[in-house]
Design a protein around this ligand. Sequence first.
Ligand SMILES: Nc1nc2c(c(=O)[nH]1)N[C@H]1C(S)=C(S)[C@@H](COP(=O)(O)O)O[C@H]1N2
Ligand SMILES: [Mo]
Length: 158
Amino acid sequence: MNYEPKLIVDGEVVSPHGFTRHELLELPDEQQVADMTRIDPNRPGRAVRLAAVLDLVRPTEAGTHLTLHASADDFHASIPLAAVRDRGLIIYENDSLPLPASAGGPFRFYVENFAECHSHDVDECANVKFVDHIEITAGPGRDNRPKDDAEHAKLHEG
Ligand SMILES: Nc1nc2c(c(=O)[nH]1)N[C@H]1C(S)=C(S)[C@@H](COP(=O)(O)O)O[C@H]1N2
Ligand SMILES: [Mo]
């Protein structure tokens, strides 16, 4: 069977939705970043701005945090929505093919100008790979990012 991965966006939103790669591709041109290497030379691929997705699902007033879930490896990060509304991206393709797992696909979250690991809410560790569920939460949601250098080193070993 041909199974197409979906990125579920739900929680404190008016219209929850599961986005396929093709649906992300159909979002407005001005919200697409056709060549991510112009933002980060180490992250080839095509992305759409988080704002385009938020415009569709419409967070409620209660929604304060963007909580990113990767069930593939049980990794989670929760960051203030206001801090990433305008600089969050979802990378979903490379060379017109689904983003491979080696690049964090099928969907990878990315924040422009992220801070160093565990220096800030919006740090490199929040660039969640294999993200399959974005939950808008009232207050901080699940977050198991490494809290210090030792935890961080351990995660990167594994
Ligand atoms: N699903 C998932 N996403 C993740 C991680 C992880 O372990 N699992 N590690 C995070 C951390 S701590 C960092 S620094 C970056 C590293 O991204 P890279 O592996 O592409 O260099 O991914 C982040 N996203
Ligand atoms: Mo990290």
